[in-house]
Design a protein around this ligand. Sequence first.
Ligand SMILES: [Zn+2]
Length: 403
Amino acid sequence: MYASSVWAPATEKITTQKQLNTVQRGFAQKICKSYRTVSLNAALLLADLIPLDLRIQEAAQLYEAKRGRPQDILCGREVERRVSFLDALHPSEEFAVEFRCLEDKESESEAKQAMTGLRIFTDGSKMEGGVGAALTCWKDGEETLIKKFRLESFCTVYQAEMYALYQATKVAIKTKEPSVNILSDSRSALETLGGTETFHPLAFAVKKNLSLLKAKGKEINFFWVRAHIGIEGNERADVLAKEAVEKLKTRPNYDGCPVSYIKRNIRRDTIVKWAERYKSGHTASVTKTFLPTVEAAHKFLKKTTMTPLLTQVFTGHGGFAEYLHRFKCKDSPSCVCDERQEENILHLIFDCPQHSRKRLDLQIEICMNLCRDSIPDILNEDRQTFLDFCCKIAEIAINRNKT
Ligand SMILES: [Zn+2]
């Protein structure tokens, strides 16, 4: 997918698509352990592989979004972009922020004794209703200032935590206190500040403020505190952040759209396109009986490991008389039950009288009627029993056809 944003438009052409399909079909067949005659449509589904041309378009779209080009899925909002190298600090001026870990309540109260000046607790929160951040300042055991902020609902907790830290540094700049301690329960946010290369826009803003504080000769210390162990300031910040989500009705203070959100949305669109292609394709008719949609297949494959036998069942390409006859490996396509009846996997599972007994036993065991329409439900509820049944029946036919 190298430089895909340049050549992604070419994937719309049929000839390019054919070339990509040839590349991917072989891989997909090997992954799902199928016969080489299995169609691309079925092989991709069973291998859980997104079609290559869609994957390329996806990568190109993500690149464009990261570059700041307007995207339909963003509805006019901007992506949170990395800080440009041109704006970054000179490497000689780069610095890492150190933080101390206060693992439990005891170490927190010990540290509290030693701390001079202002203590600022920060927290971020993401809930059903949105995303919020808050900070609370403490001096001599009393709360002196609180601030609450709202972030756009697609923002992450990480962004909220980082935004709270940024606001804390702003308070540190304004206050007359010569020494400020900032306490956060987000280790990932503090660790980002701990790195020397900072391209996250919020982390970058924090560092800019810290340089300013340094120049002013102020002392500033960072601490990580464990959340929900009853540290007063931290609990308070937590409550305030949740209040910010529930009660603040102002415009969001921060609305940088995280890349993860865009990725998720692009992927959702891709799956819709793939599902449409799978459904409308003329191939994979047997596979569609078992797995009618891309979503169903994805869910199924998360829980099941495909074996060569199972793939023969799910594709119908295997040691069945009708298939063998089609590829000139057997004289007759008919089933042992009836001369006029072709022996294929669907006939064996649903209709063939030689397996009536097994079918009846299965239906009693799973308490469901076995027919083509009930397959999705059966796969949902009694997957393994049904798969064992299918494999047993397929094996009998395959072994018979070997001789
Ligand atoms: Zn039969």
